[in-house]
Design a protein around this ligand. Sequence first.
Ligand SMILES: *[C@@H]1O[C@H](CO)[C@@H](O)[C@H](O)[C@H]1NC(C)=O
Ligand SMILES: *[C@@H]1O[C@H](CO)[C@@H](O)[C@H](O)[C@H]1NC(C)=O
Ligand SMILES: *[C@@H]1O[C@H](CO)[C@@H](O)[C@H](O)[C@H]1NC(C)=O
Length: 253
Amino acid sequence: MALSPQLILHVLLVALLGLQSTVRADNFTPSSAAYYPNSKENGTGDGACGYRSFGATLNGGDVSAASVLYRNGVGCGACYQVKCTNANYCSDNGVTIVITDSGASGNTDFILSQRAFAEMGQTADAGASLLALGVVGIEFRRTSCSYPNKNISFKIDESSNYPHYLAFLILYQQGDQDINAVQLCETENLTCKLLDRSHGAVWTVVSPPSGPLSIRMLVGGGNGGDESWVVPLNNIPQDWQPGSTYDSGVQLN
Ligand SMILES: *[C@@H]1O[C@H](CO)[C@@H](O)[C@H](O)[C@H]1NC(C)=O
Ligand SMILES: *[C@@H]1O[C@H](CO)[C@@H](O)[C@H](O)[C@H]1NC(C)=O
Ligand SMILES: *[C@@H]1O[C@H](CO)[C@@H](O)[C@H](O)[C@H]1NC(C)=O
């Protein structure tokens, strides 16, 4: 059977239009965003993820609370590209934020730091105009977190009580994957046990083993890829201290 050029063109057009209506190549989801009214500039130091003061300045202060995307704490540390849609004010790329808190304002998916909210503007003036609007239409997508020159690190939370109670956070989570589970391993006999996520990005263990500890992370389930256990190069020292941060020696993709 000979295909006429007209028929070929027709088939191509139908295929192209079909693609356009079913798949958005850029994966953006429409929503709306507000900002923290009580933050002068940065995010909050008492966000639900438990980052404490670190949460205000993480990612240069480009942080956000999430409602549905908080996902009971699994969303803590995830990065999203958020761009507003008002063509008069909004830049093409918007801003990349890290989730540090849980919260909603009306139907918004995000409550940004004021700093991040204004950064969606084309200029500082446009940013000020956005702030004056309060709530704006946005589009967002999951994106990789980037912490140049940082390894994934474990911060021993101040609520810890050496040697009886260990609570820690995972900082500088690069890439676009989630940390779905955490194991605490004794390095001397390699016994591991799964930990509970206490809240947000905080993992806890009562009566932790003595000796150096290794914290393994099950990473995956973000924009793609299988889950796999990440084994740090460095251990948490035997005499870990509340408030201290320990470098894992590894990065996530
Ligand atoms: C906001 O965060 C930036 C970047 O870490 C920091 O330099 C600045 O001091 C912070 N501002 C306030 C008001 O906390
Ligand atoms: C592993 O070693 C630690 C420290 O020596 C000990 O407390 C623990 O009971 C050991 N676990 C097993 C399963 O042997
Ligand atoms: C990250 O870990 C590697 C391997 O242990 C180490 O060589 C490097 O200095 C660490 N990077 C930072 C910024 O600490």
